[in-house]
Design a protein around this ligand. Structure first.
Ligand SMILES: [Zn+2]
Length: 462
């Protein structure tokens, strides 16, 4: 059994945090506390049309007119979220993830840093300081942009190996994903698994390995794919790869691991929704949203047991594909039968050329305008304690601070770590957090705190 990393939080920081909480709680103790159990589901690329598409197909399957509802679209609170980045109307996943996680708008391809390259920290760090367990996972690689926005800091979202290393100072309890990108690391450096295990984490590939270690570890990384699939970049289709863990199973495993004694924050990304939308694949998009919905069902079942203490928020980081329901030459209709037939025969790995795919989609009344992201707003659905905060029109750097602070405060931390010798040549990493600034509306804070050396730029030679 490997020992957990010891964490020392500076006394000053704890005192400040408690003081802050004390101020917030004065007179309104119940209302001003965040929910004990917080779920944030991010459907990558899932705009309003993607959710409607899945509901339209569900309706077709059930033989009923209109749009049958997915679970998460029945949630009572609905907001709409604008996703522009600091550098473009059309965001990428790392800038959008950074805005959601930290309250700071940044440039496309920047991850967990502001537009000047300074690291910014997520509200998961706030919650961790408040005693929450933290679980961050995705159906795509664990060091991909959306999950990494919560723990990583790099001016390039593609610096995957370095981003994986950022899991250590973030010190969250549970990370999960399909696999790692840049698993092998650089020449002369340990592979990602070796690096993480040398720093207090246990890495499990697949359910069997996880079951072996879950009771003896308090810091884990769970990969959905078996060890032999590490080279794969994308999540596999369950019909072809029975060994890949579904997002709902990942959610069960995370809940199982964190337990309900302590409060927790869980971020779950349905990442393959975006992959399928980049390919303008209609039926695989529907399938990916069904799987995402299944994962939300696990959280909803938990909510039903703890309705007064649980908050579930479902949103997207941006829309992908410019999907629309209705296309020439078909008018006022969607014809699901040919799409379904092609999908059942070919599965997710269909071999249609882009032109053939476009012709099939449009002949059935589905149009995709791009193979990239769009600037279309995305929905926010919420249920549970504090859900009402998510109603109305938002930008993606505004509402999510409410997950850790019902008053919408955003805090900016400076995190420092050092390695200490702890007997028998065992190294342990110690952390200290210093609160630099706090206020409402994170985006306004982003340029006001002290500049730090632009380490990332130096490292990357940019
Ligand atoms: Zn995205």
């Amino acid at each position: 059994m490997k020992k957990a990393i010891a964490i020392i939080v500076s006394v000053a920081c704890v005192a400040f945090t408690l003081t802050t909480l004390g101020i917030k709680c004065a007179g309104k103790i119940q209302d001003s506390k965040p929910a004990k159990y917080i779920f944030l589901f991010i459907g990558d690329g899932m705009g309003h049309a993607q959710a409607s598409l899945a509901e339209s197909y569900l309706s077709y399957q059930e033989g009923t007119p209109g749009n049958s509802q997915l679970l998460f679209t029945t949630f009572p609170v609905l907001g709409t979220c604008f996703t522009y980045s600091a550098s473009s109307l059309v965001t990428d996943s790392s800038a959008a993830g950074t805005a959601i996680a930290t309250g700071t708008k940044t440039n496309n391809s920047y991850l967990g840093v502001d537009p000047d390259g300074n690291p910014v920290y997520s509200f998961a760090d706030d919650l961790k300081e408040m005693g929450y367990n933290i679980g961050i996972y995705s159906s795509v690689p664990v060091n991909h942009a959306t999950p990494a926005s919560f723990y990583g800091h790099n001016i390039s979202r593609n610096g995957y190996y370095e981003i994986s290393k950022d899991m250590i100072p973030a010190d969250y309890n549970f990370y999960g994903g399909a696999n790692f990108l840049q698993f092998k690391g650089k020449e002369g450096e340990p592979n990602t698994e070796e690096y993480l295990e040398a720093n207090g984490y246990q890495v499990a590939f697949g359910q069997a390995e996880f079951d072996e270690i879950k009771s003896t570890s308090d810091r884990v990384v769970l990969l959905a794919e078996p060890r032999t699939k590490q080279a794969s970049q994308y999540v596999s289709d369950e019909a072809e790869n029975q060994e890949t863990m579904l997002l709902a199973d990942m959610t069960r495993n995370c809940l199982d691991f964190l337990g309900d004694e302590k409060p927790f924050f869980i971020m779950c990304e349905g990442g393959e929704i975006d992959y399928m939308c980049h390919a303008d694949k209609t039926m695989p998009t529907v399938e990916a949203i069904y799987k995402f919905n299944d994962a939300i069902q696990v959280a909803y079942d938990f909510y039903l047991k703890h309705p007064k203490q649980t908050l579930i928020v479902v949103t997207a980081d941006h829309e992908t594909g410019g999907l629309t329901l209705g296309a020439e030459p078909l008018s006022y209709a969607i014809d699901w039968a040919p799409l379904e037939k092609q999908w059942l025969e070919a599965g997710q790995v269909n071999d249609l050329s882009p032109e053939e795919n476009r012709t099939l989609n449009e002949s059935c009344g589905i149009a995709w305008t791009t193979t990239h992201h769009t600037g279309a707003p995305v929905p926010i659905y919420a249920i549970g304690k504090g859900a009402q905060k998510f109603a109305g029109r938002k930008a993606d750097n505004q509402p999510f601070g409410n997950l850790s602070d019902p008053d919408g405060r955003v805090r900016i931390w400076r995190k420092e770590s050092r390695l200490l010798q702890c007997g028998r040549a065992q190294l342990q990493r110690h952390y200290s957090l210093t609160l630099l600034q706090e206020g409402v509306g994170g985006g306004k804070l982003q340029r006001t705190y002290p500049q730090v050396p632009q380490l990332q730029r130096d490292i990357q030679g940019l």
